[in-house]
Design a protein around this ligand. Sequence first.
Ligand SMILES: Nc1ncnc2c1ncn2[C@@H]1O[C@H](COP(=O)(O)OP(=O)(O)OP(=O)(O)O)[C@@H](O)[C@H]1O
Ligand SMILES: [Mg+2]
Length: 262
Amino acid sequence: MTTLLEFKQVSKQYGTDTRALSDVNFAVREGEFVSIIGPSGAGKSTLLRCINRMIDASSGEIIFDGANVMGLKKMELKKFRTRIGMIFQHYNLVNRLTVIENVLHGRLGYKSTLEGVLGLYSKEEKDQACAILQILGLEEHMYKRCDQLSGGQKQRVGIARALIQEPKMLLCDEPIASLDPNASKVIMEHLRSISSTMGITVVINLHQVDVALKYSDRIIGVNKGSIVYDGPPANIRREQLAIIYGSELDEHVEEMDNSYAV
Ligand SMILES: Nc1ncnc2c1ncn2[C@@H]1O[C@H](COP(=O)(O)OP(=O)(O)OP(=O)(O)O)[C@@H](O)[C@H]1O
Ligand SMILES: [Mg+2]
């Protein structure tokens, strides 16, 4: 399979004394489902946000789908970002708008500012929004305002908005951190199925180790801005988790299946 994303010696420095990423190297293949885990402050969000330039890395090289991400100019960046869908912990929806209006916002990257302001969407785009909402089990809620939805439903709207971009990759920053276990399971099952049926690559930051191990093809463990584990979930034992989490180990492994607590 072909490489979709590559980090080469990527570092990120905030101000003068916070080195959030240090010489990070990894490559993600098309269609892979990769979870990034690590303690709070390890650099997980920074890593994810460097990929679509929400944050600019300080040095190194990031290659996405053949393009040198760090060298993109403003207009190129807008086009480039249509290929990457972003899912947030707090959904980032416009609450006073309806579900379908929020989903259609995923098309803004393809439009001129004027078309965007006027909300000019084609029939094809509207049909596509309906079809995606159906896949996510939201067809009955299409015309509701987003502030009337549960957290799990809001996150499904967030996923629908990302999918209508027709992205090659989804970046998910703690997508289930605000959800209860049932809603979390629904979201993870959708993400997994999007990855396997649509071939969309998923890179996801997670706090819950058990969830990361259950759904991922691969785990990247980050500690203090460096990758300290990169491999399949099956090879993760308590020893690897101790390296990834350090002193935060007990907070993260208490709910794990005993089979991992070797
Ligand atoms: N905008 C910023 N300005 C300065 N320092 C920052 C900024 N964003 C993050 N940092 C610092 O960079 C480091 C990595 O932060 P980051 O948010 O990437 O960690 P994280 O692994 O996502 O943590 P969490 O699990 O709490 O979300 C931390 O030390 C953090 O304080
Ligand atoms: Mg974070």
